[in-house]
Ligand binder design. Structure first.
Ligand code: HEM
Ligand SMILES: *[C@@H]1O[C@H](CO)[C@@H](O)[C@H](O)[C@H]1NC(C)=O
Ligand SMILES: *[C@@H]1O[C@H](CO)[C@@H](O)[C@H](O)[C@H]1NC(C)=O
Ligand SMILES: CC(=O)N[C@H]1CO[C@H](CO)[C@@H](O)[C@@H]1O
Length: 313
């Protein structure tokens, strides 16, 4: 016991040493270098989610998904934002179909380059924009601590995007393995899947014909074309209704319904469905963990001037 505790402390010390050696990663990283950062994020996200300002609530879902895809491939390093001119762009990897939200990140970046040029990384912008969007769509309930000081990658990795992002066709054991590969527990898989309480997916991604047929968005044209609500009940509110939908067998994706195929996870789905605060707390904790995956700090990577391109100098 004693030796395992000291071994543990040793690993923690080693970890802290490596983080500080590589550069700071802390909540107030930009307080002096870009004091208007938080208000800039807030105002752009508020507009992006407001229909009367030309925005749409779904954009919050699109940003959340973009952030997930960034962090699961090569870490939260804005690699997902690199455009097609970058070798190995992740944007066109199979699971990237219909990624959105790039323009919102670009809008924030343009404003920040005016007030504090070359200071704020695209990776931090995406992390902050995602947190703000979820905060707003949850009516100020769901939020988490974000350490800042991420740097932007100079590469993307399309083949890793193909292999490391989970597919909607995965069964429960493959989903568990996919998240385990990124250090997440099965319980965290269930909490993070709650992201599907907002947003849309192609009807064709739906696994259950009955569910597709019930979604009027899917039946207006040809059955299965169009976009369907991932949470049939409240697709624009960040709440725990997604889990109610699973229990009613109305989950859109096979990977959603699969969470019920493990007795322990099914119990957690039940808990989240009846205790929205518990879901909110666990989702926040898992997002905080997601936001730390594979970050570049210190002198690693760079601060891109344009989020879609590696700096030319
Ligand atoms: C558990 C494994 C997961 C699978 C198999 C999966 C799969 C999918 C698929 C197929 C779509 C529709 C994509 C499209 O439009 O083509 C989607 C949408 C979405 N995913 Fe996931 N996802 C998973 C986990 C996550 C996680 C962990 C998050 C965030 C933390 C997330 C956030 C979202 C959001 C918010 C949308 C809606 C996006 C929008 O409306 O633009 N997903 N997901
Ligand atoms: C891309 O990711 C794969 C799988 O993780 C890895 O083997 C490969 O070295 C990476 N390629 C680059 C260019 O980083
Ligand atoms: C998990 O990682 C292993 C080793 O890299 C890989 O072979 C396997 O395909 C991964 N599984 C999933 C579901 O991503
Ligand atoms: C939006 C986007 O770039 N979608 C692409 C995702 O990947 C598939 C398969 O590689 C492409 O066909 C899509 O165009």
């Amino acid at each position: 016991m004693a030796s395992s505790v000291s071994g543990h402390c040793f690993l923690v010390a080693l970890f802290l040493l490596s983080v500080t050696a590589n550069g700071e990663f802390k909540e107030n990283f930009y307080d002096t270098s870009c004091p208007k950062l938080q208000e800039t994020i807030k105002s752009v996200i508020t507009s992006a989610l407001s229909p009367d300002k030309g925005g749409e609530k779904r954009m919050g879902a699109s940003l959340l998904r973009l952030f997930f895809h960034d962090c699961f491939v090569q870490g939260c390093d804005a690699s997902v934002l690199l455009d097609e001119t970058a070798q190995n762009s992740e944007r066109t990897a199979d699971p990237n179909v219909s990624l959105r939200g790039f323009n919102v990140i670009d809008t924030i970046k343009t404003k920040l380059e005016e007030i504090c040029p070359r200071v704020v990384s695209c990776a931090d912008i995406l992390a902050l924009a995602t947190r703000e969007a979820v905060f707003q769509l949850s009516n100020g309930i769901t939020s988490w601590t974000l350490l800042l000081g991420r740097r932007d990658s100079t590469t993307a990795n399309r083949s890793q995007a193909q292999t490391d992002l989970p597919r909607p066709s995965f069964d429960i054991s493959t989903l568990i393995q996919s998240f385990k590969n990124k250090s997440f527990t099965p319980n965290e898989l269930v909490a993070l899947s709650g992201a599907h309480t907002i947003g849309l997916a192609p009807c064709s991604a739906g696994a259950n014909l009955e569910v597709i047929a019930e979604r009027k968005e899917c039946t207006t044209l040809i059955l299965g074309s169009g976009l369907a609500r991932l949470d049939v009940d409240t697709p624009e509110a960040f709440d725990s209704k997604y889990y109610d939908g699973l229990l009613a067998n109305k989950g859109l994706l096979k990977s959603d319904q699969e969470l019920l195929n493990d007795p322990n996870l099914r119990k957690l789905v039940n808990d989240y469905s009846s205790k929205p605060d518990l879901f909110s707390a666990h989702f926040a904790r898992a997002m905080e963990k997601l936001s730390k995956l594979g970050v570049l700090t210190g002198t690693n990577g760079q601060i891109r001037a344009n989020c879609n391109k590696v700096n030319s100098n």
